[in-house]
Design a protein around this ligand. Structure first.
Ligand code: NAD
Length: 319
C-alpha cells in the first residue's frame, strides 16, 4: 500500500510508518507539489499525509484511484474538500491537541512583541541608532491586569487564557458559538458578545477555525469598535480578517498594532501590510516547536496506520 507524504516532516512519523513492511513510502522532500504534480502523485496512493499548502480539492480526490485517507499534518483542514472526501468514502484526519500550547505561546509572543515594539527596537540597535538612553522611545503597554479578548474559546483560546491569567493576571473575555462554563470557572473568563469583546479588550486574539461563518469575521466595522490602544493577534487562519480593511486601519492608527501569523492568500502577503511599522508578521509558525511538530508527525502517521493496517477509522477523524 502506497503512502504519499507530500513534504518533509519530522522523522518520528516516518519511523512509525517504516515499521510496517506493507507500506511503501513515496516521500517527497522538496517544494510544495503543484496541482498537477499532486494529482499525478496521488493517483495510486492509498493514503496521503498532506500539509497546509496542499489543496486537496474534489478534482484532486477524483484523480486518486485507491485513496482511503487524507491525513492532514495540521489542526485546520480548510485546505481539504471534506464534503467531497466523505462522499467518496475517503477519511480525513487532523492533528489536534499536540500543538495547542505552542500556538498559544506564539499568540502570546506576538502580543508581547507588538506591544513592546521588539522588532523595531532590534532594528534600531542594529542600525547604530542607539546613541544614548532615551526616556521617551519605544513605549508600550504593561500587560498585567489588562483585558484579553479571545474570539474562539476552544483548545488554543483556553490555553492562551491560562497563560495570560497565570503570567499577567489578565481579565479574560471570550466569545464563541457555545458557552463553556467549566472553562469560565477555571480562568475566571466572562462570556460576552463579539461587540462587547471588541469594545472592552486591550488585546483581541483570534482562535476560530476558518469556516464560511468565520470568513471576514474581522472587517473595518469590527476594528473600528476596538480601543485605539488595542492590539489584534491572528494565529488562526488568514481569511478570518479582511486584510484590505486591516491595512487601512493600521495605516490610519485606528488601533495600536497587530501580530499576524496567517494570511488571506498564503504565502502571498498583502502588499500594504509589509509597508507598515505597527505590524509584526510571521510565516505561519504558530505550531513551529520541536515538540509539537514531532507529535504532529507521529499523529499523522498513526492516523494512516489506523486506517491502512488496523482497518479502523482514523484516531482523529474530521467530519
Ligand atoms: P478548537 O476546535 O478547539 O476551537 C475552535 C473554537 O472556535 C471552538 O470553541 C468553536 O466553538 C469556536 N467557533 C467555531 N465557529 C465559531 C464562530 N463562528 N464564532 C465563534 N466561535 C466559533 O480549535 P483549536 O485547536 O483551538 O484551533 C483553532 C484554530 O487555530 C484552528 O482551526 C486552526 O485554523 C488554527 N491553527 C493555527 C495554527 C498555526 O500554526 N498558526 C496551528 C494550529 C491551529
Amino acid at each position: 500500500m502506497k503512502v504519499l507524504i507530500t513534504r518533509e516532516i519530522p522523522r518520528a512519523g516516518i519511523d512509525l510508518l517504516r515499521k510496517h513492511a506493507e507500506l511503501e513510502l513515496d516521500y517527497r522532500k522538496g517544494a510544495p507539489l503543484s496541482d498537477s504534480e499532486l494529482k499525478k502523485a496521488i493517483k495510486d496512493a492509498d493514503a496521503v499525509i498532506s500539509v497546509i499548502p496542499d489543496q486537496i480539492t474534489r478534482e484532486v480526490l477524483q484523480s486518486a484511484k485507491n485513496l482511503k485517507i487524507v491525513s492532514n499534518y495540521a489542526v485546520g483542514y480548510d485546505n481539504i474538500d471534506v464534503k467531497a472526501a466523505t462522499e467518496m468514502k475517503i477519511y480525513v484526519s487532523n492533528t489536534p491537541g499536540d500543538l495547542t500550547e505552542s500556538v498559544a505561546e506564539h499568540a502570546m509572543a506576538l502580543m508581547l512583541t507588538v506591544g513592546r515594539k521588539i522588532v523595531a527596537a532590534d532594528r534600531f540597535v542594529r542600525e547604530g541608532k542607539y546613541k544614548y538612553w532615551d526616556p521617551m522611545i519605544f513605549l508600550g503597554p504593561v500587560f498585567s491586569g489588562k483585558t484579553l479578548g479571545l474570539v474562539g474559546f476552544g483548545r488554543i483560546g483556553q490555553w492562551f487564557a491560562k497563560l495570560a491569567k497565570g503570567a499577567f493576571n489578565m481579565r479574560i473575555l471570550y466569545t464563541d458559538i457555545s458557552k463553556n462554563e467549566s472553562a469560565e470557572k477555571e480562568f475566571g473568563a466572562i462570556y460576552v458578545s463579539m461587540d462587547e469583546l471588541l469594545e472592552q479588550s486591550d488585546i483581541v486574539s483570534l482562535h476560530v477555525p476558518l469556516l464560511p461563518s468565520t470568513k471576514h469575521l474581522i472587517t473595518r466595522r469590527e476594528i473600528k469598535k476596538m480601543k485605539p490602544a488595542a492590539i489584534l493577534i491572528n494565529t488562526s487562519r488568514g481569511p478570518i480578517i479582511d486584510e484590505d480593511d486591516l491595512c487601512v486601519a493600521l495605516r490610519e492608527n485606528w488601533i495600536s498594532g497587530a501580530g499576524i501569523d496567517v494570511y488571506e492568500q498564503e504565502p502571498k502577503i498583502y502588499a500594504g501590510l509589509k509597508e507598515l511599522k505597527n505590524i509584526v508578521l510571521t510565516p505561519h509558525i504558530g505550531s513551529a516547536t520541536h515538540e509539537a511538530r514531532i507529535e504532529m508527525a507521529r499523529m499523522a502517521a498513526a492516523n494512516v496506520i489506523e486506517v491502512l493496517i488496523n482497518k479502523k477509522p482514523p484516531i482523529s477523524l474530521v467530519k
